[in-house]
Design a protein around this ligand. Structure first.
Ligand code: NG6
Ligand code: CA
Length: 509
């Protein structure tokens, strides 16, 4: 089976986009594929993207071996819809239930819906998901058996192995779930989770600030419910004391499991999704990073992310599989400084601009919400460089299906287009346009960006983010006005009409 597929791959590569191995060595084996998806890391948070204030040497090394995209877009400005779209090749905004998921949300991707992991699995890859999940577990909200086998779960949507946090670092349950069972659970101390009702006798952050020994929530942000490791969270939780994660070990745990997966499967093609936590709140990096950035926990967490990248690259080198491993490094959405805890991110930011030259940030329709770093490296095939091509996460599914020679099954990845040549640096243009979402939709064609009018608030006072909402049409020329300062919709009604028409065609699909 493997041999046939291998021949298929070679043929696909050569016929579909006239790619060849850089040097005429042996025929290409199917590449391993790793998605390394950071959480809330912005365009300006990695030194290879030009900001001078933070130093991320491992990411920069990866970029120097691969292609660094300057015009790459996530589908959404928050995690759940962004990751949903990445995994399914289906725009999250087509559904009304893909907003930020609670820690006890039911599976957002239903087992019958094809995913990129299914696609890899069906062509013989070993598949794994490690780290942040945030796509729900079990058939319905609140339906998880936290003390038994949690099903359906990652294995039902293509991930043979999984080691995940159910939602986010700031949402209960604060435990690792490995192959759909809570790790280290003491059966005599069962876990209970609720997003509605507190558990009698369990202290809450809002009543017990003296128990918040690590981080206190920012005023008015919530995050003042269950207390785990001296940090209050969103949601209520009881029990499972032995299973609780230590926040400072989250990056180590994710990295160790990712490296373990690589070692175990080094002799067979694999697809590994690694969702890191780091810059997402609560930011509590390991002590070896503390104080190293001069920017407090957020900056230190960026260094921690860089360390994870380095560890993964080193594991690939040690396993002798660096050359033929395709790494996609990106972020789920743009950056945010104060996202709910008093961690001094605002006070210590200094000159650092996590959003680069862009306006807005996480949650925003302005560019910084969804303009994300993207680096793709595959030393055996890709010639390194920078690409200004317009690309979106949505196309990774169809493009990697093309790479592996797979036909998309009926109904799979309906919004995903084959952009393999662009992702591999051969095509410099990319998509005609991308669609972004943050409560409303935007369409951007590489020059003009149109944001659909809406009645939502223009500003998120909690996070200090300009959200890009407006009752009027908004049109920006990003070639001349990268910071989206001048709304020129009234001057260019024809361009507004053209972009609106394109968007409507997409919406009606
Ligand atoms: C928000 C949280 C924020 C963060 C976000 C999810 C409040 C006030 N803010 O609702 O702290 O958890 O959800 O972030 O609750 S994401 O990157 O996972 O989408
Ligand atoms: Ca995120």
């Amino acid at each position: 089976m493997r041999t046939t597929l291998l021949l298929g791959i070679g043929a696909t590569l050569l016929t579909s986009c006239t790619l060849k191995p850089k040097e005429e060595k042996k025929p290409l084996q199917k590449p391993n594929v790793i998605f390394l998806i950071a959480d809330d890391i912005g365009y300006g948070d990695l030194s290879c993207y030009g900001e001078k204030t933070i130093h991320t040497p491992n990411v920069d090394k990866l970029a120097s071996r691969g292609i660094r995209f300057t015009n790459a877009h996530a589908v959404a400005a928050t995690s759940t819809p962004s990751r949903y779209s990445l995994f399914t090749g289906h725009y999250a905004w087509r559904r009304n239930d893909t907003g930020i998921a609670a820690g006890n949300a039911g599976m957002i991707i239903k087992p019958e819906q094809p995913t990129i992991a299914d696609m890899f699995q069906s062509c013989g890859y070993k598949t794994g998901a490690v780290g942040k999940w945030h796509l729900g577990l079990a058939a319905e909200t609140g339906g998880q058996d936290w003390n038994g086998f949690i099903t359906p779960g990652p294995s039902d949507i293509g991930f043979e192995y999984s080691y995940i946090m159910a939602a986010t670092g700031d949402r209960v349950p604060c435990v690792w779930v490995e192959n759909q069972r809570v790790v280290n659970l003491d059966p005599n101390d069962p876990i209970e989770v609720s997003y509605k009702t507190p558990f009698p006798g369990e202290p809450l952050g809002k009543d017990h600030p003296e128990l918040l020994t690590k981080l206190k929530p920012s005023p008015n942000h919530g995050h003042n419910q269950a207390i785990v490791n001296g940090i209050s969270r969103i949601g209520y939780m009881k029990g499972g004391k032995q299973a609780l994660w230590e926040d400072e070990n989250i990056a180590d745990s994710i990295t160790m499991k990712a490296v373990g997966f690589i070692e175990k499967h080094r002799k067979e093609p694999f697809f590994l999704y690694v969702g890191t936590n780091d810059a997402h709140v609560p930011r509590w990096p390991h002590s070896r990073f503390v104080g190293k950035s001069g920017m407090g926990p957020r900056g230190d967490a960026l260094l921690q992310f860089d360390w994870t990248v380095g560890q993964i690259m080193e594991a690939l080198d040690k396993a002798g599989i660096s050359e033929n491993t395709l790494i996609v490094l990106s972020s789920d959405n743009g950056p945010v400084v104060d996202d709910g805890y008093q961690d001094q991110a605002v006070e210590l930011l200094g000159e650092h601009r996590p959003w680069g030259d862009f306006r807005g940030g996480k949650y925003s329709n302005f560019e910084a919400g969804t303009r994300i770093p993207l680096i793709i490296s595959w030393p055996a095939v890709i010639t390194s460089g920078i690409s200004n091509a317009l690309v979106s996460h949505i196309d990774l599914y169809a493009s990697l299906a093309k790479l592996t020679g797979q036909e998309l099954e009926a109904g799979a990845a309906i919004d995903s287009r084959d952009q393999l040549a662009t992702f591999l640096g051969k095509d410099k243009k990319g998509r005609d346009y991308v669609i972004e979402s943050a409560g409303t939709l935007s369409i951007y064609d590489g020059e003009w960006k149109y944001i659909v009018p809406n009645n939502r608030s223009a500003y998120n006072k909690l996070t200090n983010t300009e959200l890009g909402n407006n009752k009027e049409d908004q049109l920006y020329n990003l070639k001349k006005d990268i910071g989206e300062k001048n709304n020129v919709a009234s001057e260019y009604p024809d361009i507004v009409a053209r972009l609106k028409a394109k968007l409507e065609v997409e919406i009606s699909h």
